[in-house]
Design a binder for this molecule. Structure first.
Ligand SMILES: CCC(=O)SCCNC(=O)CCNC(=O)[C@H](O)C(C)(C)COP(=O)(O)OP(=O)(O)OC[C@H]1O[C@@H](n2cnc3c(N)ncnc32)[C@H](O)[C@@H]1OP(=O)(O)O
Length: 618
């Protein structure tokens, strides 16, 4: 039996012994006597995640080691925080939150660009046992308002602006607009003033971050139950209402700490860089928590793969900061490949320290895999996971044993994840046959225990379709060697440049256009961003509009209501949508047509010619 097989089998057959041992990698205030009970991990354990990520390393001699490197080509700033400096900043920021009345269990919304204060704010919440909810900066005011109303934060942490390569994005007016729309009123908003676009502060509500922190006394770590929530992270579901994925403290700390050595093969003291955004789960897990829990140096990069200033940006960061492990999304590599197909910019930098390139966020297409692999000459490792799971479900666990790479596959299930591919009747599909990818329960530590304030939706979305299993929402197959191939979503969620978006949310926006009678949005393949949304709209009778004008207006509406990340630019006016006789829009068949897959008109279709019209429009 291979090393991987032995570790994997043990994790599935003896999960309590397996994770009980892994839990020893974390420092507990009260060590858990019970590893697993009634669906929850480490139920009677107590700990503090911030202590494990920061204080612990200072206490054990890593105080002078760099914890965080902030590299910001858009401002020209590079700043290093040692673990001791990070501790000082986090403790003081936690003190500021205490002064504002934040206590364990309160929620704090963080709407910030990629600046150190975003990381510090997250850790400060964790320090107090408060629950942070980070909202990605590329979302519009309306999306922020929805999240504020659901999370009901006592305090909002934000910044005056974000900086995109070609423009300053004023965040504060977006926050103000969100708070006007939201029913919930946070007690305070703390605003980081950036010199590129300082913001007006609302008297009595807003505080200047620098002033508020300056006057605060450092706060200590609050011990919390392992099952207490560390954060809520909203993710797109099939409807316009996002799902608040809950992450607990104990299971999360144990799983992430374990993953750094076993999945990524990263050791304390090494530089680990996840080129993502703190607004996504990759940012939560692998910019902030996991590298710090493991005593690594993490990189916070405020820039893009291209345009800041050139397609050598990633290679500069790797070479300059001695990055050993790089983690990014295929879209980022495709962007670099597009601007620098021969890899000339990579040749300018010494990349000899780079050991692994990990890829996730969307499917790694074989072309991009081969390009990166040839360019870098190191293992390029696709791995697959989700906001809900918090850490990898399938990967080539190089820390256990590197397995042969099969392009197009994220390799094999990671220990702890009992991956099954099920047919519509719930039977396991034979090797090579595609079905719904599900995880047999229990989910390992670190995976979501529920959705925030919505246990019913959690059960309905994930647990009801295949009893005893968690439904991932992705389709795929296992091959004869147990390698998983994930082929894409089986629902109305799309993935645009590694951003998970709901087509249902876009349809809600489009349907509000005065000339639109009905609409459907699907994802279509795109060479750069993986997928792009495409809308089909039927205009109201008598609406004599130029289709190009309608497309422009709908694009502006989606940008304004959901945000620029939706990248909604194409809307095709059609005479009708393909439907069943009972009036259900045949989105799944439309997706098949768009993906170039074989499709059959369902027997219940109202008029098969409607599908031909969609194919023609595409
Ligand atoms: C494994 C679990 C998971 O899947 S978690 C999710 C993992 N996903 C990721 O890490 C995302 C990976 N993608 C990226 O990092 C970016 O798409 C990269 C590759 C860097 C390209 O960025 P960019 O060129 O901005 O394209 P984009 O499609 O992301 O953005 C579209 C428009 O949105 C804007 N935008 C983006 N981020 C922000 C932000 N933080 N604040 C304000 N605006 C933002 C961009 O400027 C762009 O705007 P425009 O349409 O060009 O005007």
């Amino acid at each position: 039996m291979s090393a991987y097989d032995a570790v994997y089998q043990r994790s599935i057959v003896e999960p309590e012994a397996f994770w009980g041992e892994a839990a020893q990698g974390v420092e507990w205030d009260v060590a858990p006597a019970t590893v697993f009970d009634d669906g929850r991990w480490f139920v009677d354990g107590r700990l503090n995640t911030c202590h494990n990520a920061v204080d612990r390393h200072v206490a054990t001699g890593r105080g002078e080691q760099t914890a965080l490197i902030y590299d910001s080509p858009v401002t020209g700033v590079v700043r290093r925080y040692s673990y001791a400096e990070l501790l000082e900043s986090v403790a003081r920021t936690a003190g500021m939150l205490c002064d504002l009345g934040v206590v364990a269990g309160d929620t704090v919304v963080i709407y910030m660009p990629m600046v150190p204060e975003a990381v510090i704010g997250m850790l400060a919440c964790a320090r107090l046992g408060a629950v942070h909810s980070v909202v990605f900066g590329g979302f519009a005011a309306n999306e922020l308002a929805v999240r504020i109303d659901h999370a009901r934060p006592k305090v909002v942490l934000s910044a005056s602006c974000g900086i995109e390569p070609t423009r300053i994005v004023p965040y504060k007016p977006l926050l103000d607009a969100a708070l006007e729309q939201a029913g919930h009123r946070p007690a305070r908003c703390v605003i980081l003033q950036r010199p590129e676009a300082p913001a007006d502060l609302v008297e009595g509500r807003d505080l200047d971050w620098a002033e508020a922190v300056r006057d605060a006394a450092p706060a200590g770590c609050v011990s919390v139950a392992a099952t207490d929530p560390l954060y809520i992270l909203y993710t797109s579901g099939t409807t316009g209402v996002p799902k608040g994925v809950v992450r607990d403290n104990g299971g999360h700390a144990v799983a992430l700490h374990w993953s750094m050595s076993h999945v990524y093969g990263a050791a304390p003291g090494e530089v680990y860089w996840a080129a993502s955004d703190v607004g996504w789960v990759v940012g939560h897990s692998y910019i902030v928590y996991a590298p710090l829990l493991a005593g690594c140096t993490t990189v916070l990069y405020e820039g893009k793969p291209v345009g800041t200033p050139d397609p050598g940006a990633f290679w500069r960061v790797v070479a300059t900061h001695g990055v050993r492990t790089l983690f990014t999304a295929p879209t980022a590599l495709r962007a670099i490949k597009k601007d620098d197909p021969s890899g000339n910019f990579a040749q300018k930098w010494d990349l000899s320290g780079l050991r692994y390139l990990f890829m996730a966020g969307e499917r790694l297409d074989p072309d991009t895999y081969h390009w990166a692999s040839d360019l870098l000459g190191i293992p390029v490792i696709d791995h697959w996971w989700q906001t809900e799971t918090g850490w990898p479900i399938a990967a080539n666990c190089v820390g256990i044993e590197p397995l042969p790479i099969k392009p197009g596959s994220p390799t094999r299930p990671v220990p702890g994840w009992d991956v099954r591919v099920l047919d519509p009747a719930g039977e396991e599909c034979p090797p090579g046959v595609e079905g719904a990818v599900a995880i047999r329960l229990p989910l390992p530590p670190g995976a979501l225990p529920t959705l925030y304030r919505d246990d019913a939706r959690f059960a309905e979305s994930y647990l009801s379709r295949y009893p005893g299993h968690y439904l991932t929402g992705d389709g795929g197959f296992l091959d004869d060697d147990g390698y998983l191939f994930v082929m894409g979503r089986i629902d109305d969620v799309i993935n645009v440049a590694g951003h998970r978006l709901s087509t249902g949310a876009m349809e809600e926006v489009i349907a509000a256009h005065p000339d639109v009678a009905e609409c459907a949005v699907i994802g279509v393949d795109d060479e750069l961003k993986g997928q792009l949304p495409l809308g089909f709209v039927v205009l109201k009778a008598g609406a004599d509009r130029d289709p190009a004008d309608v497309e422009r207006e709908l694009s502006a509406m989606v940008r304004d209501r959901i945000g620029p990340v939706a990248a909604f630019r194409r809307a095709v006016v059609v005479g009708r949508l393909p439907k069943t006789r009972s009036g259900k829009i045949l989105r799944a068949t439309m997706r098949d047509i768009a993906a170039g897959r074989d499709y059959r008109a369902p027997s219940t279709i109202e008029d098969p010619a409607a599908l031909t019209e969609i194919a023609d429009a595409l």
